[in-house]
Design a binder for this molecule. Structure first.
Ligand SMILES: *[C@@H]1O[C@H](CO)[C@@H](O)[C@H](O)[C@H]1NC(C)=O
Ligand SMILES: *[C@@H]1O[C@H](CO)[C@@H](O)[C@H](O)[C@H]1NC(C)=O
Ligand SMILES: *[C@@H]1O[C@H](CO)[C@@H](O)[C@H](O)[C@H]1NC(C)=O
Ligand SMILES: *[C@@H]1O[C@H](CO)[C@@H](O)[C@H](O)[C@H]1NC(C)=O
Ligand SMILES: [Zn+2]
Length: 960
């Protein structure tokens, strides 16, 4: 996916699947070029363990060795002044200077102050790193000693006497810090305007980097009011969560500067702070608008109108959420800013949302419909957080799934309001299918952790995964569906109202939803919301529900992709769920049924008509049937597929292929679900197929099976290719429907991949025209990625170098992303090796994109072994410079090992793990274990299925 964090419709067929699980996975992710883990951690700090295996400090250790703050002090107001220097200092460093105060109340008697501070050089005054004064008549104890506890990231202040409960004090610190290009805390982003280098100072605090910008009590429950003053170059503008009050020109330390002061924030968490100093332009809503909305970006991007789409959609989406939550937007303004360097997709800082450029900017000449959907969805996700997450915040990170799962779910509702024609709510099934893959591993984990399990920054970072985002969203959607949206949003509204400006645990939401249910006689549940939902959030995985229409029996079983994998995580619910089953018989919708036991008899399901369950895949489970019912479904698909809802056509394919992998049904049954596709023109079933077959491509594209696979798919996709050729008047227009546009891309990229006549000629001709006149030749943005990839794959060094030049000089992030991907498509090994080298050179590939270019290269069958060798050879460097936390980092392992299916490769993985045990794997730890598990499963699967698949495909391909 050209679009770094986005799941793309096309990449699947041309390369590797990064997994739809990633759709939103990273949107809020903070990220994490986690120096602290990589460089400074002592070996005993298990920066690399799974969250469950916490490094809980031993009882004898001192308070400053504990990662959680003691409950003795409660901050209520900060006053911060910061001055980022946008030119290098004498030591060749970019730095910032600043000072801040925090007013706090003593809650329990103590002679110790612990406050987070990381990588700041604190100025000493009277021999100590801080000064303490009493407020409101309180007398401050004198300071005995102060030091920095690097492991736990504290400034430790021991006092000569005790702070008194009920009294308030002020702590003052003055400090300098590096304005590094590490994408965390207060950091530096750069871009060129012509040949002039421009430097931006910006922030990414979530989850634990506010402490890198100023000393603070950096836990989400320690909410306070923040005052901010920014000192900055006169030609720059300064932004903060609160609105600017005044900018005054003055001279400081003999430098001409501006000083901007801001309105204080509401009571909020430290991780939601943001401040930016830059030379950006903005567009805004008219003065009369209730909420001031501003879109900020590089002046060129604003001049080109790239912010217009975001400005157009933000208002309507905010209105939608005000109605949905039945609560007005809590702030006066909403700034949204597009940054050239940004680790996550976007970050929901209250009142000043930061984005990757690709997640906020839209250019009709350059952006595909996929890019546009991403913009609408990310904006909706971040705006949803303004209430859920920001106004009401989780008490501790263990409840992150609720925050992110919720925003991910409602982002589909918000985007649906912004673009009603797109039917994006239907596309949610792709999120479900994506995360099913992750959650069906024995090494998956429950959505919810206990507070005690999550302590270190590494453990917190590791929570930002697809389970948290996509499974969280999927189970909340299931809940909203069986409660009805009216009840769900009513409970939400009272929840937000009760807990505004404070913190909650997830059961607080259940209580409010339960109260809403009880006021609605129409919704009848077999158990309380808590009893139902606990089974979905406290145990990992999900069930496969089997319906036997010959007996009317329904049963459930924990679904595991590898049936032989060992689940060593116990569950008090025994891996059984309370499952809401919606279903149709012969296309007629039936009363829903709750499955609350392992197995049950349900007479209405005893039938000889076709039964289809989990309508529109609103439930988080797979469905299996007795063989005769499968046959009836196949017959229905082959005769009149439209009787089956389009989402369920996609489900049948996805379920069948995955049930086959789990050896629950025969592989041939799965393959048979693709036979009807020669009659299918809808996007979702094709997307499900392409994703299912992606596994076959990965397993077989280095074997003889690949030939027959191509032949069979050529036969299946040719009608689709012709269909789009017809409806686009021989490729001269673009289909009108959003999904049809996606499917057109599948038609072309799959057709080219499997050798449909005319396809390569078509894309190559476009590529050549474009090479002749890149400024003026227009390739529709939807097709660019496919065209670039095919052109580069068919070409040599000239094509590659040409595309590289355009990539380097592009001032448009979505165009650059498409090229970043397409450059990995070459078949020339030395070009791939050179591209790998470029990836780790920040002058060639931005740090934010580095892991992606490596993953893309690994997606190429020729690049895969090169990328794997490259990672092994450079692991230490990659880990120290790029790793430690963050989903993109863990994908590096997942992406490069996805084809592994031999004993030889398994051994390589195992020795890789052993060899680098000392360096560690940071947030890729779980991913590495998952890769080992997956490789073992792949070995078995290939051994058992290769012959069968080859035979079936040969005979299916041979038929006229
Ligand atoms: C915050 O500090 C600045 C100087 O650093 C001072 O001018 C201002 O009055 C302070 N604001 C509050 C609310 O204390
Ligand atoms: C902080 O102090 C260390 C040690 O003296 C020094 O190497 C580093 O450059 C300082 N950082 C800044 C931003 O001044
Ligand atoms: C401050 O200086 C800048 C640049 O010299 C100028 O554009 C701006 O108008 C000045 N602002 C005030 C309030 O004087
Ligand atoms: C934004 O809205 C205006 C006014 O409705 C419209 O003319 C313009 O085309 C829209 N721009 C984009 C990029 O959607
Ligand atoms: Zn989020």
């Amino acid at each position: 996916m050209g679009k770094v964090f986005q799941f793309s419709q096309t990449v699947v067929v041309v390369g590797i699947v990064l997994g739809a699980a990633s759709v939103a996975s990273i949107i809020g992710l903070a990220v994490v070029y986690s120096q602290e883990l990589a460089k400074n951690a002592e070996p005993t700090v298990e920066a690399t363990t799974t969250p469950a295996s916490t490094t809980t400090p031993t009882p004898s250790s001192e308070l400053w060795d504990q990662y959680r703050l003691p409950d003795t002090l409660k901050p209520y107001e900060y006053n911060i002044t910061l001055w980022p220097h946008l030119t290098k200092n004498a030591d060749g460093l970019y730095s910032f200077t600043g000072h801040s105060t925090v007013d706090f109340e003593c809650v329990k008697e103590t002679d110790l102050i612990l406050i987070h501070s990381n990588k700041l050089n604190l100025t000493k005054s009277s021999g100590h790193h801080a000064t303490l004064t009493g407020l409101g008549g309180a007398v401050a104890p004198t300071i005995k000693t102060t030091w920095l506890q690097e492991t736990t990231e504290y400034l430790v202040i021991q006092l000569n006497s005790k702070l008194e409960p009920g009294k308030s004090y002020q702590l003052y610190t003055s400090f300098t810090g590096e304005l590094a290009d590490d994408l965390g805390g207060f950091y530096r982003s750069e871009y060129y305007e012509g040949t002039e280098l421009k430097v931006i100072a910006t922030t990414q605090m979530q989850p634990t980097d506010a402490r890198k910008a100023f000393p603070c009590f950096d836990e989400p429950a320690l909410k306070a009011i923040f005052y901010m003053t920014l000192i900055h170059d006169r030609k720059t503008v300064a932004l903060f969560n609160g609105m600017e009050i005044a900018t005054v020109n003055t001279t400081m330390e003999e430098v001409e500067v501006s000083v901007t002061t801001f309105e204080p924030t509401p009571i909020m968490s430290t991780y939601l702070l943001a401040f930016v100093v830059c030379e950006f332009d903005f567009i805004r809503t008219p003065a009369a608008a209730e909420v001031l909305i501003r879109i900020w970006a590089r002046p060129q991007a604003i001049a080109e109108g790239q912010g217009d789409y975001a400005l157009n959609k933000t208002g309507p989406i905010l209105d939608f959420f005000e109605r949905y939550y039945n609560a007005t937007y809590p702030l006066k303004k909403s700034d949204q800013i597009a940054l050239p360097d940004f680790s996550a997709g976007a970050m929901e800082n209250w009142g000043l949302i930061t984005y990757r450029e690709t997640a906020l900017l839209y250019d009709p000449k350059m952006s595909s419909n996929d890019d546009k959907e991403w913009v609408a969805t990310v904006i909706a996700h971040e705006l949803a957080h303004m209430w859920f997450g920001n106004l009401v915040t989780m008490k501790w990170w263990n409840d992150l799934w609720l925050n992110e799962g919720f925003a991910t779910y409602v982002s589909f509702l918000g985007a649906d309001k912004a673009e009603p024609d797109w039917k994006v709510r239907d596309l949610f099934v792709l999120t479900v299918h994506g995360v099913f893959g992750v959650d069906a591993l024995a090494s998956s984990h429950p959505l919810s952790y206990s507070e005690k399990e999550i302590n270190t920054p590494a453990q917190i970072s590791e929570l930002f995964d697809s389970i948290t985002y996509s499974k969280g969203a999927s189970v909340l959607r299931m809940l909203s569906e069986f409660l009805t949206e009216a009840v769900f949003s009513k409970g939400l509204s009272t929840y937000l109202n009760e807990f505004k400006y404070s913190n909650t645990v997830y059961t607080d939401l259940w209580k409010h939803l339960q109260a809403a249910v009880e006021q609605t006689p129409l919704v009848q549940l077999p158990y309380t919301i808590e009893e139902i939902m606990n089974r979905w959030i406290l145990q990992m995985g999900f069930p496969v529900v089997t319906i036997d229409t010959s007996t009317g029996t329904i049963s459930q079983k924990h679904f595991l992709t590898d049936p032989e994998s060992v689940v060593d995580r116990p569950s008090i619910y025994n891996y059984e769920w309370f499952v809401p089953i919606t279903w149709t018989k012969n296309g007629v919708q039936q009363d829903p049924k709750w499955l609350t036991t392992k197995t049950t008899d349900y007479a209405p399901m005893k039938t000889t008509e076709w039964v289809l369950a989990n309508l529109n895949v609103t439930g988080f489970y797979r469905v299996n049937y007795d063989l005769p019912n499968w046959e009836r479904l196949l017959t229905q698909l082959n005769t009149n597929p439209r009787v089956i809802p389009v989402i369920n056509r996609a489900q049948i394919v996805d379920d069948a292929f995955n049930l086959a992998r789990a050896k629950i049904v025969d592989t041939v049954l799965a393959l048979k679900t693709t036979e009807y596709l020669s009659k299918e023109t809808e996007y979702l079933p094709w997307q499900a197929t392409v994703r299912s077959l992606d596994y076959y491509f990965l397993m077989f594209d280095r074997t003889e099976v690949y030939g027959v696979m191509q032949k069979y798919l050529k036969k299946q996709v040719t009608p689709l290719f012709e269909h789009f050729k017809n409806i686009t008047a021989d490729w001269t227009s673009i289909p009108t429907g959003h999904s049809d546009q996606y499917n057109q891309v599948i038609a072309i990229s799959l057709a080219c991949k499997v050798g449909v006549e005319g396809c390569s000629d078509l894309t190559l001709a476009w590529f050549k025209e474009w090479m002749k006149d890149p400024k003026n030749y227009f390739i529709h943005p939807n097709l660019k990625q496919t065209v670039y990839c095919n052109g580069i794959a068919a070409g040599g060094v000239d094509e590659w170098d040409f595309a590289w030049e355009i990539f380097k000089n592009s001032s448009n992030a979505v165009e650059a992303d498409k090229l970043l991907y397409a450059l990995s498509c070459t078949k020339v090994p030395w070009l791939l090796n050179r591209y790998l080298q470029y990836s780790l050179d920040p002058n060639m590939v931005r740090k934010q994109d580095a892991t992606f270019s490596i993953i893309y290269i690994a997606g190429n069958v020729i690049g895969q072994p090169l990328a794997w060798d490259f990672i092994r050879a450079n692991w230490k460097f990659i880990f120290n410079d790029y790793g430690g936390g963050g989903l993109s980092f863990s994908r590096l392992i997942t992406g490069t090992t996805e084809r592994f299916s031999t004993e030889f490769e398994l051994n390589q993985l195992l020795s890789f793990k052993a060899e680098h045990a000392e360096t560690g794997f940071g947030s890729a730890t779980i991913a590495l274990d998952q890769s080992i598990e997956k490789t073992k499963a792949n070995i078995k699967w290939v051994a058992e299925n290769k012959k069968k698949v080859n035979q079936w495909l040969s005979s299916a391909a041979g038929q006229p």
